[in-house]
Write a protein that binds this ligand. Structure first.
Ligand SMILES: [Zn+2]
Length: 413
């Protein structure tokens, strides 16, 4: 899912007599909406306070899930105190307090604010955070079936029956090809998802959520690739059915950049301590932060590069699965690649593979480096040196990372 940020202007062909009236109406909805978001959050907070008093009076331990559920079901039932479900209590409330907001807004607004309240509730009741407050420029969610586009690439917002506003979309140079995305929505090639309207710096935006279709490519269910994150090569790919292989990256060059950065980091850190003036210290601390950020970015783009090549390798071989070992804290591995996030790499591969319908599988790391991928013989003497594998039984000799990747690939079921 991605979000398109479209700049809107009110079209002159609207039902209302003049543009100012439409703007007044938009301001009214948006103003009432962010206020009602706060109203919803507070309302749900009050619900919890109410429940707490009920527990206390009825001498119920809040940790007794069974009793708690029973009481809450009772309070939020048709015949209970609130006469409706918990989520609906606040929606009913804001409809009374802010009658000018159309239901196509109150409904998703209540849903979203309620969901984040529930998510943050535990931390809040523990005192770890305070009630979330909503600001004037918050995106106002709108119901999916209340929005449409027409052939002139205009956005049509059906606020409620007999109230529709037509907007022109400003595409500008359209570097991101938003116009073609809207054309695809009009042709039902892609679908829209959770969207909102935002008023920011006196400009109106449609934050349009779209679901890109999964790119269908031909994959063989029996074919898989294995990826070994080794000592000399960050990622080595092999398949479970042919001799194709792909070493990705080079630990030495990667480590060099990291070491360089860490040296610079230490130098600046030292100078921060030595800095005489407050101003100098501040400036150097900032430099430190920038460097830290650079280092993070470097590691991240490195992972982007590797994960893309891994997925490309799988596609090239029509593999339906990418297999990797579960994270293990091998001593060598940890020291060579200080701070490099194997976990991040895995999640990037998983996410990129999913786009093509390729499954990601994790296997426990065991014996992949000491097993012979040719004859299957497992022996700790199999490995003669760090980068070379040689089987004591059949004499097979190969790059150690490739042998491991091959074993991982053949794990596929
Ligand atoms: Zn062998």
């Amino acid at each position: 899912m991605r979000i398109l940020r479209l700049s809107l202007s009110v079209d002159s062909s609207n039902l209302y007599d003049d543009k100012q009236k439409i703007w007044d109406r938009l301001y009214q909805i948006i103003n009432d909406s962010w206020k009602s978001a706060n109203h919803i959050a507070t309302g749900q907070y009050m619900n919890d306070n109410f429940i707490r008093h009920v527990y206390a009076r009825k001498q119920i331990d809040p940790k007794n899930i069974e009793q708690v559920t029973e009481i809450e079901n009772l309070i939020f039932s048709k015949d209970g105190f609130f006469e409706t479900k918990r989520q609906a209590t606040t929606e009913r409330d804001i409809k009374e307090v802010f009658p000018n907001i159309p239901p196509s807004v109150t409904n998703p607004l209540n849903q979203i604010v309620y969901a984040s309240y529930i998510k943050e509730k535990k931390d809040m009741l523990m005192g770890n955070r305070s009630l979330r407050s909503y600001k004037q420029n918050m995106p106002i969610p709108i119901r999916l079936n209340s929005m449409n586009f027409n052939k002139n690439f205009q956005f049509i917002w059906n606020l409620q029956r007999n109230e529709t506003i037509t907007f022109n979309i400003y595409f500008g140079k359209d570097r991101a090809n938003y116009k073609s995305t809207i054309a695809k929505i009009l042709n039902n090639e892609i679908s829209t998802t959770a969207s909102s309207i935002q008023l920011k710096d006196k400009k109106l935006y449609l934050l349009l959520g779209v679901k890109d279709p999964i790119n269908k490519i031909k994959l063989d269910p029996n074919k898989a690739i294995g990826v070994d994150c080794g000592i000399t090569i960050p990622a080595f790919c092999a398949t479970n059915f042919n001799d194709d292989k792909l070493p990705i990256g080079n630990i030495e060059s990667f480590a060099n950049v990291r070491v360089q950065m860490q040296c610079r980091y230490k130098r600046i850190q030292k100078s921060v301590i030595m800095a005489k003036s407050q101003h100098g210290r501040k400036r150097k601390t900032k430099a430190l932060e920038t460097l830290r950020e650079k280092e993070r970015n470097f590691a991240q783009s490195y992972n982007h590069m590797i994960s893309k090549k891994v997925v490309d390798f799988a596609i090239k071989n029509s593999a339906s699965k990418i297999i990797m070992e579960k994270l293990s804290f091998d001593k060598n591995f940890a020291s060579t690649l200080r701070n490099w996030s194997y976990f991040e790499l895995q999640s990037m591969i998983k996410y990129k593979a999913k786009k093509f319908g390729i499954e990601f599988q994790q296997i426990p790391s065991a014996y992949t480096s000491t097993t012979c991928s040719k004859c299957g013989h497992n022996d700790k003497n199999n490995r003669i040196e760090q980068s070379m594998f040689q089987c004591v039984k059949c004499g097979y000799k190969e790059n150690a990372d490739y042998n491991a990747a091959k074993n991982i690939a053949c794990f596929a079921k």
